[in-house]
Design a protein around this ligand. Structure first.
Ligand code: AMP
Ligand code: MG
Length: 337
C-alpha cells in the first residue's frame, strides 16, 4: 500500500470521483455513498439500471450507526460474528443516505469489508463508500485489477491493484428489515452460519423457487448477470454420465468450452477445457468462476458446458452465480444411458 496513492484515492472519493478497489469478495467501483452525484457517476460508468441499489461500505460500527434508523440486536450479533467480512446487511436508512444510492428504497445495504486496502480507502474517502462490483453491468464480476481495467478503462480515473481476490463471489446479503432475517443473495457466509448466530433465518423464496412467479427481493437479483457471450449450459447427474454427455457435445465443429475440476480434467480430450478448481476445496472453485467466464469471452467459444457444483454451504452461492450466467439452462443426464 503506497501512502501517496492511497491519499490521492481518498481525495478522489472526497471530491465525488470514482476509485476501483479490491475487497475480499470482488473488486468494487467506489464513490462517496452520501453524495447522490457520485452515485450517479457509478451507475453511468457501469451502465447499471438505476433501480438497482448500491451497497454502502463502512470501516467501523459508529459509521453504521450514523446512517440507519436503528441497529437492531440481530445486526449487532451478525457484525460481531462476521464483520469485517463478506456479509451485507439491509437496514432502514436515515436521511443522510440519498435515494440515489438506494435506488429509491427506504432501506440501505451496508457492509464492512476485511480487505486492508478497502478499509484504508473507506477511512480516507470519508467513511462511506458506495461500491457495486466494478464490472460493466451484465458482465462477470471482476476478481483481478486487470478485469476492472478491461471494463472500466477510460471511464474512471483510478484502479487500486491488490492482486487477485480471495473469495471471488459477491457478499451474502441478509435482510434484517423483515420479521425473519432473510438471505437475499447467497455468498461465502451460508444460511447455516447465519442461523447459528441468530437462531432463525431463511432464504428469500424468490431465490429457491424455480417458479418465475416469485420475484427475488433484492432488485439486482432479477437481472441477467455474469453472462459470458457464448451459450452456457450446466450438466447435472452422475459424474460418468456428465463427462460422456459433455464429450459428445465437444465432438462437433465450432469451439466448445468446458468447465470442469481437477478431478475430471483429464477426461475431456476435445474442446477448450478449463479447470476451475478442485472439489476438495470449494473456495478454489468460487474464486476462479468469474475469471473463467471472462476467459471464454476472449477465446471466442460458441457454446460452454459446465459441470454442476451443487453442494451445501458455498456450493449454494457458486450455483446461484453459475445458474444466472447460464440463464438457468440445465441439462439433467441422470436418466441417459
Ligand atoms: P453489487 O453492488 O453488484 O454487489 O450488487 C448489490 C446487490 O445488493 C444487488 O443485488 C442489489 O439489488 C442488492 N441491494 C442493495 N441494496 C439493497 C436494498 N436496500 N434492498 C434489497 N437489496 C439491495
Ligand atoms: Mg454486481
Amino acid at each position: 500500500m503506497d501512502e501517496r496513492v492511497m491519499e490521492r484515492a481518498g481525495e478522489t472519493l472526497r471530491a465525488g470521483g470514482l476509485v476501483a478497489f479490491p475487497t475480499e469478495t470482488v473488486y468494487g467501483l467506489g464513490g462517496s455513498a452520501l453524495d447522490a452525484q457520485a452515485a450517479r457517476r457509478i451507475y453511468e460508468a457501469k451502465g447499471r439500471p438505476s433501480d438497482n441499489p448500491l451497497i454502502v461500505h463502512v470501516a467501523d460500527m459508529e459509521h453504521l450507526e450514523r446512517i440507519v434508523r436503528e441497529v437492531p440486536d440481530a445486526a449487532r450479533r451478525l457484525a460481531e460474528a462476521f464483520w469485517p467480512g463478506p456479509l451485507t446487511m439491509i437496514l432502514n436508512k436515515n436521511e443522510l443516505v440519498p435515494y440515489g444510492t438506494t435506488g429509491g428504497l427506504e432501506t440501505v445495504a451496508v457492509r464492512m469489508p476485511s480487505d486492508g486496502i478497502a478499509l484504508e480507502l473507506i477511512r480516507r474517502g470519508g467513511g462511506y463508500v458506495a461500491a457495486p462490483s466494478a464490472n460493466t453491468s451484465g458482465r462477470p464480476s471482476p476478481t483481478t485489477a486487470q478485469h476492472v481495467f478491461e471494463d472500466m478503462d477510460g471511464r474512471i480515473p483510478m484502479i487500486l491493484d491488490g492482486g487477485p481476490v480471495s473469495i471471488g463471489l459477491e457478499s451474502t446479503i441478509v435482510d434484517l428489515t423483515e420479521e425473519i432475517p432473510t438471505i437475499l443473495r447467497p455468498g461465502y457466509i451460508s444460511l447455516e452460519m447465519v442461523q447459528a448466530v441468530l437462531g432463525e433465518a431463511r432464504m428469500d423464496r424468490g431465490l429457491i423457487s424455480d417458479d418465475s412467479g416469485v420475484r427475488p427481493k433484492a432488485p439486482g437479483m432479477k437481472y441477467r448477470h455474469y453472462a459470458p457471450r457464448a451459450d452456457l449450459k450446466i450438466v447435472e447427474g452422475p459424474v460418468d454420465r456428465v463427462v460422456s454427455y459433455i464429450n459428445e457435445q465437444a465432438d462437433r465443429p465450432g469451439r466448445v468450452g468446458i468447465i470442469c475440476t481437477e478431478e475430471t480434467k483429464g477426461r475431456y480430450p476435445k474442446g477448450d477445457v478449463k479447470c476451475i478448481g478442485t472439489r476438495k476445496n470449494e473456495l478454489s472453485i468460487a474464486s476462479h468462476l468469474f475469471a473463467v467466464l471472462r476467459e471464454f469471452d476472449e477465446d471466442g467459444v460458441e457454446a460452454i458446458y459446465s459441470e454442476s457444483f451443487r453442494a451445501p454451504g458455498l456450493g449454494e452461492a457458486i450455483m446461484n452465480r453459475l445458474l444466472k450466467a447460464a440463464g438457468h439452462q440445465k441439462i439433467d443426464v441422470t436418466d441417459r444411458s
